[in-house]
Design a protein around this ligand. Structure first.
Ligand code: CTP
Length: 456
């Protein structure tokens, strides 16, 4: 019996898929089809798959060509499967020509001509249209955002807004955008959704104006600087039937999702302590270290460090205490926040003027998880036990600047085909705003220790 194997996502099953399976079956007597999991698709950079794994399997089953359907969930699996199932022919479409030649040492490799003018990507665009996105701001993060959008199908950057016309124009020229504005209302007119990457204190105003105009919003962290503001923004989004998402990239990254899954499985017992540290040395003249009202290490970086804390222990804490080193303007160059929960304790360390190891440490009654620096771009973590022989290390990809994952979920949410809000819930975002509000209030009342003491 001649055995054939092929692989794919088979999203929004179409004629190209049907024809490929038909011809694959004709290459032998028995056809095995490998269908990718969503996690593996995210790993290999294929974002925005619409149909669930079960739906995709069902569509393949209905063709009647597959004698067996298997799941593909990791890199290197193809060679394993070929040996395991004693495969004679490996086949895929001609868009992959050459890529799988390395499998020729195991079996015959056939590239079947791809059916013209049809693909899942095209169907996704047709079904949902292309979301026209506008960017607010032209700073560092906005610059990093634009190239990431290209990795997500169904969304296109139309324009940029900046209060200074020249800045908007420069940005548009750099990224070959067709439109640039210094008038916010005009900017909103030609778009469906907005990405807000302006200074923290302007997030709320821009978000509200965009939502009022019925635009979906992806807002950089911290979305709001007080609990009330954050709640008001979500309430407005709900009323306007718009998507509102806080852009904390780690929350949407596959590695971080895997970490949470592993942790929740109970492998390290009951979790007692979480320590999260994020430091990034900043130019003392930068806005982050000169804006006495909203700058500083905590407001800048706590959205990251609070994320694992709230994911693990939740929103209801018993007490919170801050400790900072501040510069002459009273801006914290380093802040430790101690959070006490009924059954756990947590520390957030953030620094713009103090450098430390950017790791995440989760301690439990049976062992601990150490997430390697930079943990917020989660790529690897290790479960460690008393008996080091049982230690286990996990690896995941964090592609590019990692913004593509949140952009992909933003597109999914707008198209309404999947509710991925569990990755960062509204109440988790509100928790972060509440903690920032507490911190800012405390800082106003007490400028703390002066950096002269440590900088000499
Ligand atoms: N395929 C094909 N002809 C098409 C589209 C896909 O022969 N018009 C083949 C691919 O080459 C692959 C299999 O179908 O062997 C599954 O491909 P998949 O990547 O799931 O489909 P695409 O439509 O290419 O998906 P996307 O647009 O998301 O890349």
């Amino acid at each position: 019996m001649k055995k054939v194997i092929t692989y794919g996502s088979f999203d929004l099953f179409h004629e190209g898929h049907y024809r490929l399976l038909q011809r694959a079956k004709d290459l032998g007597d028995y056809l095995i089809v490998g269908v990718t999991t969503e996690t593996y698709d995210a790993y290999r950079g294929k974002l925005n798959v619409v149909d669930s794994l079960m739906e995709r399997i069902e569509h393949i089953r209905q063709t009647g060509f597959a004698d067996e359907i298997i799941i593909e969930d990791h890199v290197g699996q193809k060679a394993e499967d070929i040996l395991k199932y004693d495969i004679d022919v490996f086949t895929v479409g001609s868009d992959w020509t050459g890529v799988f030649d390395y499998l020729k040492k195991y079996c015959q490799v056939v590239y079947l001509e791809r059916t013209k003018d049809i693909s899942s990507t095209m169907l996704r665009a047709k079904k949902y249209g292309i979301i026209r996105l506008g960017i607010v701001g032209a700073g560092r993060i906005a610059n990093r955002f634009v190239p990431e959008v290209k990795y997500v199908s169904g969304i296109n950057i139309e324009s940029v807004y900046h209060p200074y016309f020249e800045n908007a124009k420069q940005f548009a020229k750099k990224f070959e955008l067709n439109h640039w504005h210094d008038n916010f209302e005009e900017f909103l007119r030609g778009i469906d959704a907005v990405y807000i990457a302006s200074p923290h204190e302007t997030h709320e105003g821009y978000t509200e104006r965009a939502l009022e105009a019925g635009k979906h919003v992806l807002c950089e962290k911290p979305m709001a600087l007080s609990k009330n503001s954050e709640e008001r923004m979500f309430e407005l989004a709900g009323r306007k039937n718009c998507v509102l998402m806080e852009g904390i990239k780690t929350a949407y990254a596959p590695g971080f999702m895997q970490l949470l899954g592993v942790m929740k499985s109970g492998v390290i017992g009951e979790i007692c302590d979480v320590e999260a540290c994020f430091t990034k040395l900043e130019d003392p003249k930068a806005r982050e270290l000169t804006d006495a009202e909203y700058g500083g290490s905590f407001t800048e970086l706590c959205s990251y460090t609070l994320l694992p804390i709230v994911k693990i222990f939740g929103e209801k804490y018993e007490s919170i205490r801050f400790d900072s080193f501040t510069n002459k303007k009273g801006i914290d160059i380093y802040t430790k926040a101690y959070i006490r929960y009924k059954n756990g304790m947590a520390t957030s360390k953030t620094g713009l003027g103090v450098k430390s190891e950017g790791q995440l440490l989760i301690s439990g009654t049976k062992g601990y998880i150490l997430v390697d620096a930079p943990w917020w771009k989660t790529q690897s973590f290790e479960i460690r036990y008393e008996n080091a022989g049982q230690n286990e290390k996990f690896f995941t990809k964090f592609l590019g600047d990692g913004l593509r994952y949140e952009i992909s979920d933003f597109v999914s949410a707008i198209n309404g085909y999947e509710n991925k809000s569990f990755k960062l819930t509204r109440s988790e975002s509100v928790f972060m705003a509440e903690v920032i509000e507490k911190f800012l209030k405390e800082r106003k009342g007490d400028t703390g220790r002066q950096d002269g003491e440590i900088q000499g």
